[in-house]
Design a protein around this ligand. Sequence first.
Ligand code: MOS
Length: 709
Amino acid sequence: MLHAVIVRCPHAHARVRAVDTSQAERMPGVRAVFTGTTPEAALAWRFGEPSSPFKQSSFLFDPHCRYAGDEVAAVAAETLQEAAEAARAVRVEYEVLPFVIDPRQALRPDAVSLHPDGNRVGEPLVWERGRLEDGFASADVVLEESYSTPCVIHTTLETHGCVAQWDGQRVTVWESTQGVWEVQEDLAAVLGLPRSSVRVICRYIGGGFGSKYRLDKHTLIAVLLARRTARPVKLCLSREESFLCVGNRPSAQMRLKAGLTRKGVLTALQLVNLGVPGAYPDDTDVGYLVWDLYRCPNVRIEETSVMINAGKSRAMRAPGFPQCAWALEQMIDALAEKIGMDPIELRLANAKDFLYRRNETPRLTSTALDRCLREGARAFGWAEARRRPRAEGHLRRGVGVAAGMWPNPGGPPGSAIVKLHADGSVNLNIGTTDIGTGTKTVMAMIVSEEMGVPLEAIQIEYADTATTQYAKVSGGSQTVITTGPAVREAALEVKRQLLELAAEELKVPAAELDLRDGQVVHAGGAGEPRPLSKLQALGQRQVLIGVGQRRPNPPGAQGLPFVAQFAEVEVDTRTGEVRLSRFLAAHDSGRVMNRLTYENQVFGGIAMGLGLGLTERRVLDRHTGRALSASWHDYKIPTALDVPGEMECLPVDPHDTECNNLGAKGLGEPATIPTAAAIANAVYHATGIRFTEAPITPMDVLRRLAERR
Ligand code: MOS
């Protein structure tokens, strides 16, 4: 196996004049050096991903480098060390160009242009309903405020990486990915191969959060190097590259105006957002929660997206939602105070019930947002905590709440195959990647419960485009609710076949038989249980196969998850430090499939939201345009010492029998949507200071406290 290293542009904006690979090619162990002029690397690359809706494209090694990190060349060598040394020996002559990293400056007509059509990604997107002027006219209170969230990085524990190997016209890629089928589709399209000739396998993945959603350049580079050298090629990005080159949550600069009656009825919401996808186009819209979390007749949202010379954004855990919650849920908090209403009561007054037909979107099969707010408040001790004295020496204590929702109900296509062997053991076959959320555990539990076989008897084949069947990407909080129902149906199909065989053999009607502990049992308790391995009919067939499909969601309806989160903070007025002392997350994600993996999602989401609210941001150097925060030393993700000492997960299950055959709804993304906003509201409650710019750093707190004094 060879190892590959990518040569990246060190300038925020530059044009490659010439690349001299002669020295690198003579170095020990070097087997291939690719640049923009290498014939087989002269491939068009849709900005971002091959499937990107943005029609223009660049090249794999584009001579126009638009951020410090753009790919310029790549080397494959016998060892990683040799590849790294050869990469350093590649001489690139750059014409350094002026750069722009400030989004407002990038919008100006005289700004440096990153692309022929300018820096703006298309025209501003406007969503509108009702009449905004009427809404504000009928309001008793109108508030307007600017909010911002920074660019934050996914920081997957395992960096992006793959191994590529060719066998004739067929390529196999072992990839750390959320979606083997997306990588297969994209690779086949770029290489001009049938999808059947591209095999993508994902065994394990150390975090994705949206950054491992589709084909990346590094994978295509590994595939091309492997074809040239006729050797397997491994290409794993460095930690620094993982901060620079494989995505981020785009920053948002939001202006929000809201109208409210004295009785607490929202009459108008207006959001203007400026999103920054980095150097290439991407979806930076944030407005959904303003559009749809609360009942509000008059809404206008305007989204502008402008490119700058920085690493490109990508989907990141609930794309757009934590940003929007930061603005909307702080605004709701401020509105509640303005009319002297409890912020939970104000949310309840404007929350939608499940009968509400949401602005032409399908009816909800259930919503327990009201229960999340009420039961969460009770479990958290909200009323007492709101009344507790806030000052204690140099500490200021406060509590805050924020809510959210997520718009993905899951759905077809999705399929599963269950095979029952004559000895009673089972293979489950799904195309889904387990991105660390416990997918395999949950799917095995579904089979185990339906078929009455022990968990240990079940093995899972998964996420291999050659040996499993199509599955949607593990993202969008849709995995359990898309693949799970198909798994359940497949298990029930095998059970049906098995009981039919057993009925004949045992001379008992199938309706009176059931499966338990690996045995066929009589429903009434009569007769001897028969172990599956002793069923002659099963032995004669050797295997029973059941295929399950993900059925469509109920016509005109969908099951969506809701969340309310509660934070308690201590603000140290001497150091400016905000400590999250207590946190409670009340989630309506429907049925809890597995308590451990459920809590794991929720606690992970809280930690990530804490980072957005208090510690994380990409810092670009205004002198060079380069990212100064490209390591875990300089980029501050929360650690075990930062997460709340008391963290509670409160599932609220509306027993939704309509949304799908599991009664489960999405969870992974809701878990991080309102977290930062809840913290900001708690900081306001503690200090009386409204922090509208995330993250709330100790320096900001000290500065604002000093200003107030
Ligand atoms: Mo996600 S951001 O749908 O992996």
